[in-house]
Design a protein. Structure first.
Length: 131
């Protein structure tokens, strides 16, 4: 799915009520009443300049079956750096954790190209389901 010069694909989308990662070091744990959604996102740069699609605020959000939106959990770009660059023609996978209510189900991820002129806040976006 493309938006601007970026193409997005969700390769994994898993809901859990357990800590993701090492709970003693950098693990992300759900608070009471929460669950976590672990998303693996592949981004392809179809443009002509190197991009950092998630380095700035925005670029992705989680949507549940009731159309509630969830921003990424703070410090939750797991196993990759948010500011990892993608050269023209390149592809990179990102692992993003979202905090959701413990009753939320039926997830998809909305994406937009925050570098697209006039669309830094996602006025236009694409929605992908996990595969």
């Amino acid at each position: 799915l493309a938006d601007g010069k970026l193409a997005f694909r969700v390769t994994k989308l898993t809901r859990t009520t357990k800590t993701i990662g090492d709970p003693d070091i950098t693990g992300i744990a759900p608070a009471p009443g929460e669950a976590l959604v672990d998303a693996t996102i592949e981004v392809a740069n179809e443009g002509t300049v190197t991009v950092e699609p998630f380095c700035v605020s925005g670029g992705r959000l989680l949507i549940d079956s009731e159309n509630r939106n969830y921003e990424p959990a703070q410090d939750s770009m797991y196993s990759t750096t948010e500011c990892a660059t993608i050269p023209p023609g390149g592809t990179r996978s990102y692992r993003q954790i979202f905090r959701v209510t413990d009753t939320a189900t039926g997830f998809s991820v909305g994406f937009w190209d925050p570098g697209e002129a006039g669309d830094s806040r996602g006025e236009t976006y694409v929605v992908a389901r996990g595969s």
